[in-house]
Design a protein around this ligand. Structure first.
Ligand SMILES: NC(=O)c1ccc[n+]([C@@H]2O[C@H](COP(=O)([O-])OP(=O)(O)OC[C@H]3O[C@@H](n4cnc5c(N)ncnc54)[C@H](O)[C@@H]3O)[C@@H](O)[C@H]2O)c1
Length: 519
């Protein structure tokens, strides 16, 4: 090859180019990913170098791969021979939201703003997150949305139900989370979303009442009306697939009864207007009967009853819940694993909040607060495992308070006083003061859940499970198979989520063992 023809060539990882007449460069990367550069005075010398380096790199890689194969067969789960299939995300995805309040409007307005290039989807794993594939030396970290086939933001269409008649724009103005300028930029789209009449029972949410409510002869009849809403929306929006995500108020605390034990008993109870059937259950039933996945953003019992699990399992419809993990519990599930990892003891955790939005008003009712309290209290015990560490975590005083304080609106303040003890039992304290914005933290969670639930409904291996435990990352009280304790540690939850995605695409799971790097 004459010198003048030789400008840039890339051969087996070696980049060679002529810098200027008589100066040839070779850049290459060794088996550890380090970059090297060498200069030559003629093309032949450079070419010989290329052959030598390529042969060396080949033999190093081959021996490393052999070692890796041996390690994986003994230490890590080997890749399934049949990679699960995922159907492509073709067409529109319809998002149906019971409850067009602060969270729902902040989510929809945010998606519109991102679509228009007015803002960034900060806090959303599906939009901004990456996923490492293979070994650390491989440098493969695509964006999650490029790695798995998710619906695009432009494919989303929305509808909602609410007891108030405000459209999404008016509801967003009332919620007072986003600034008027931003809302006015997306006003057309928001004001076109009018609330469908809700299924509502004042006994379940005592602090509010509204006029936009369905009437029916019994709860089964109300469910039929919701099913008609779903069918109508499917038709009018032209959506290929639908998702329902509960963003309505927290209902009064209830426990499972005989009526919740099977699909048959649930339908009978709905027909008899049994008081143990909460409105959220009527929505979930309607959604699942229409084959639509359901996510529960509130701490309500809704999906956590045998009848719903049966419906989801038998019809292969993804479900997940419950209670979005946003401010204080997010912090709890970050800090508690750190204490346990370092074997620091805990004697007390006092959490209190002030918030002044409608959610805060609803939670001022003891029945609704009890539902929230149960959800917030659960995380610590599961993370700290007092049964395994009685000396460290066997005697914890854990208290959670929520105080309705209107001047703060959606801008909640959450305080935590944490009493820990260390070496020889010496006490220490940690104080957390989180001045957060509730709906700003919740909106990206809603987006991710919508997109991941849709991915699950297009994936037979996930769909058939019903409960999507890999989405625990987003919830205060994650759903699990009956009898299985939930995983609350945020970083275990994230690893579970990402490994599920790797599994779907036939990529090696990441165990963080890492011994092979030192062979
Ligand atoms: N924002 C967060 O950080 C966060 C975190 C975890 C859970 N949540 C839960 O998310 C839900 C929504 O929170 P929010 O701040 O938007 O509350 P919000 O009060 O602003 O909105 C709830 C809306 O639901 C409507 N509603 C009540 N019952 C209904 C029914 N049966 N059918 C249809 N609509 C109904 C209300 O009229 C209201 O407009 C609450 O249950 C809250 O506890 C929020």
């Amino acid at each position: 090859m004459g010198d003048c023809q030789w400008h840039i060539t890339v051969t087996r990882g070696i980049l060679m180019y002529q810098k200027r007449p008589g100066i040839f460069m070779a850049d290459w990367w060794d088996a550890n990913g380090r970059r090297h550069r060498k200069q030559f005075s003629n093309a032949q010398e450079a070419r010989q170098h290329e052959h030598r380096e390529t042969a060396l790199a080949h033999s190093k890689r081959a021996s490393r791969e052999l070692k890796l194969a041996r390690t994986s067969s003994t230490h890590t789960k080997t890749q399934e021979p049949n990679t699960p299939t995922v159907a492509p995300a073709k067409g529109k995805l319809g998002v149906m939201i019971p409850g067009m309040g602060a969270v729902a409007t902040t989510f929809v307005a945010g998606v519109e703003a991102v679509r228009k290039g007015l803002a960034s989807p900060i806090g959303s794993l599906t939009q901004m997150g990456t996923i490492r594939l293979g070994k650390r030396t491989e440098g493969r970290s695509p964006k999650i949305k490029e790695f798995v086939p998710l619906a695009g933001l432009n494919d989303l269409v929305f509808t909602g139900w609410d007891i108030f008649e405000d459209d999404m724009y008016a509801a967003a103005r009332n919620a007072g989370v986003l600034e008027r300028d931003l809302l006015d930029n997306v006003k057309d789209r928001l004001s076109s979303i009018k609330p469908l009449k809700a299924v509502f029972d004042h006994n379940y949410v005592k602090k509010i009442d509204g006029p936009n409510v369905k009437k029916g002869k019994n709860k089964l009849d109300l469910a039929e009306q919701l099913r008609q809403d779903i069918r109508d929306f499917r038709k009018s929006s032209g959506a290929d697939r639908l998702i329902t995500i509960w963003c309505a108020s927290t209902e009064s605390f209830i426990e499972p009864t005989a009526a919740h034990q099977s699909l048959k008993s649930l339908e009978k109870a709905m027909k008899e207007n049994d008081e143990s059937i909460a409105p959220s259950m009527v929505y979930a039933y309607a959604s699942l009967m229409e084959g639509v996945p359901f996510a529960n953003g509130a701490p309500n019992l809704t999906l956590d009853i045998p009848a719903m699990l049966e419906l989801a399992r038998e019809r292969e419809i993804p479900i997940c819940g419950k209670d979005f993990k946003t401010g204080q519990t997010l912090m709890k599930t970050v800090l508690a694993p750190a204490f346990k990892a370092r074997l620091l003891g805990l004697s007390g955790w006092y959490s209190t909040n002030i918030l002044g939005n409608r959610d805060g008003e609803v939670l001022d009712d003891p029945g609704s607060f009890k539902t929230k309290e149960e959800s917030k209290l659960g995380a610590l015990e599961h993370i700290l495992q007092p049964g395994l560490y009685p000396e460290l975590y066997g005697n914890i005083f854990h208290k959670v308070r929520i105080n309705y304080y209107p001047p703060r609106g959606d801008n909640k303040e959450g305080w935590d006083n944490i009493d820990i003890f260390g070496w020889l039992g010496y006490p220490m304290q940690i104080k957390v003061d989180f001045l957060c914005r509730d709906s700003i933290l919740a909106a990206p969670i809603v987006l991710d859940l919508v997109l991941f639930l849709d991915l699950a409904q297009r994936t037979p291996d996930l769909r058939k499970l019903g409960i999507q435990e890999w989405l625990s990352f987003y919830f205060k009280s994650p759903m699990t198979a009956p009898g299985l304790y939930p995983e609350h540690d945020l970083f275990i939850q994230l690893m579970k989520l990402k490994n599920t995605l790797r599994h779907l695409k036939g990529e090696e799971l990441i165990t963080h063992l890492g011994l092979e790097y030192y062979d």
